[in-house]
Design a protein around this ligand. Structure first.
Ligand SMILES: O=c1ccn([C@@H]2O[C@H](COP(=O)(O)OP(=O)(O)O[C@H]3O[C@H](CO)[C@@H](O)[C@H](O)[C@H]3O)[C@@H](O)[C@H]2O)c(=O)[nH]1
Length: 475
């Protein structure tokens, strides 16, 4: 008899793949033993970094019979076309891969004795939607960010119709999304800032398909984001179609069991020697990075704050307009050339700088860590919540400004940094916020609130697992 499988199609990038794998594990945990398998489709090429390759290898070894990755054969694509934005190129690559490989992969899965019970796609993989509809496969979205950003994206096609200028040209205009604090138009994700960029049309197309799916699965829990959850449930976010069923199955975060541990990371050894709750951790997701001038200001702020810190530093992006390193940038940079002269010596004992990557989940759960400066990536946000660590919110790109607004204004789980017009943050501003979080009454209250929210997150975790979103198995 054919075995049921759920096919997951994440967007490329660690932030999307990790949480999709965790969703797969959740489905397995809540299904009768050996009743179901998980098939995960992976876009290769420039997006499959060494970190992703070794992560996939580890998961394949740990779940040899229940989770199978199907890597799309490599397609050679010009990623340096200067006439197209980065987002437009990325969306094109996903589209091309979908058109070339998606149906073949489904066919292959079906031929290897599987019945495809459902397809779960990432927002950026919407190009698979019409193909799945033709094949009559029940199709769900897995939304890897929170309910706040989902409410905004459900509503975005409507806002797009209401304005006749590019959002980037509405610099001082605030947008009002149902269930969200107001947001400056220029702080929307970069693919939608310019109407003339093909990425704009793509993004609106993706968002308008959310309401056509059999359901949207969201990595959050209702207690964390009650206001946008209510706005979505009340049908305020979708203009012309009924709101699809939305399933809040979070918080799902990376399982540190799946991390590669050859030997304890030097930063964990260093944390062991620090007093409880004394260290501020600074880390900006899998790709966040800063210009040399901004790195210098962060160093000034940390030095003047006199607080203990653990700071993950990445090479400044080659394209200085971006706040992220691209997948193909050289990771082998000289840390000493990026940090200000003498910074490491002057902060020795109370500060540690780590190049490129730190085991974030373990760091956040270390008893020495008392605060987190984050880019508000959703995985980082949930990891901090589950660890009970309050944050300083410093959004960089994607939907992170939406997350920041929710974290600072609704959840009161983070202090926001004030940005200058070009989004630069001065050393003195950072110093002020660091002292506020680590050494003031407000910081102490936030730590208490974070511990309360941790309890609620753990409760949601225990109750989690409703995989009721899956269509019934064929008997
Ligand atoms: O030194 C590091 C840096 C990152 N991480 C891990 O990498 C993941 C990063 O995920 P996330 O915080 O979501 O950031 P991004 O990698 O930037 O994720 C992308 O995907 C997210 C989910 O859709 C979005 O919320 C973000 O805006 C988008 O940039 C987390 O699990 C971190 O624990 C580490 O373990 N060590």
């Amino acid at each position: 008899m054919k075995k049921d499988t759920v096919v997951l199609y994440p967007a490329p990038g660690m932030g999307h793949i990790i949480s999709t794998v965790e969703l797969g594990k959740l489905i397995l945990r809540h299904s009768p033993p050996n009743s179901i398998t998980i098939s995960i489709l992976i876009t290769t090429g420039p997006y499959e970094t060494p970190a992703i390759t070794s992560y996939i290898t580890r998961i394949s070894h740990t779940y040899p019979r229940s989770i199978t990755f199907h890597r799309f054969p490599h397609l050679s694509v010009d990623t340096h076309d200067c006439s197209r934005s980065r987002a437009a190129i990325k969306f094109d690559i996903i589209l091309l891969n979908t058109l070339h490989h998606f149906s073949h992969s489904l066919l292959h899965i079906a031929q290897t004795d599987h019945h495809i019970r459902a397809l779960v796609i990432d927002l950026f993989c919407t190009s698979a939607f019409p193909i799945a509809a033709q094949l009559r496969i029940p199709t769900y979205y897995f939304y890897t960010s929170g309910a706040s950003a989902l409410a905004a994206f459900l509503y975005l096609p409507k806002i797009g119709e209401q304005v006749d200028k590019s959002f980037k040209d509405l610099a001082s205009t605030y947008l009002h999304f149902p269930g969200l604090p107001k947001l400056l138009a220029s702080r929307l994700p970069e693919p939608v800032l310019d109407r003339n960029d093909p990425a704009y049309g793509d993004f609106i197309y993706f968002c308008s398909h959310l309401s056509k799916a059999d359901g949207v699965i969201v990595n959050t829990f209702e207690d964390l984001e009650p206001i946008p959850v209510r706005a979505i449930a009340d049908g305020c976010c979708v203009a012309e179609a009924p709101t699809p069923p939305v399933y809040y199955i979070g918080p799902i975060i990376v399982d540190s069991i799946d991390e590669e541990v050859e030997k304890k990371h030097e930063c964990l050894v260093w944390l062991d020697e620090q007093p409880n709750g004394s260290v501020l951790f600074l880390c900006f997701g899998s790709r966040g990075s800063f210009s040399k001038a901004q790195v210098r200001e962060i160093a000034i702020g940390l030095e003047r704050s006199e607080q203990r810190f653990l700071w993950v530093v990445r090479a400044p992006p080659r394209n200085t307009n971006l706040k992220q390193v691209s997948e193909y940038e050289d990771k082998d940079f000289d840390l000493n050339k990026v940090l200000p002269d003498g910074f490491v010596e002057r902060t020795k004992g109370r500060g540690l700088v780590v190049k490129e990557w730190a085991p974030q989940v373990e760091v956040l759960n270390h008893k020495a860590v008392g605060g987190f400066v984050s880019h508000c990536g959703w995985n980082s946000t949930l990891e901090a919540l589950v660890a009970g660590v309050p944050m300083i919110a410093w959004p960089l790109y994607a939907e992170q400004h939406l997350n920041r607004a929710a974290l600072v204004e609704d959840m009161k789980m983070a202090i926001g940094v004030e940005m200058e017009e070009d989004e630069f943050v001065s050393g003195s501003e950072l110093e002020r916020r660091v002292r506020e979080l680590m050494a003031s009454e407000k910081g102490r209250e936030m730590r208490e609130r974070s511990i309360e929210m941790r309890e609620r997150a753990l409760k949601a975790w225990e109750e989690q697992g409703s995989t009721t979103f899956l269509p019934k198995a064929d008997k």
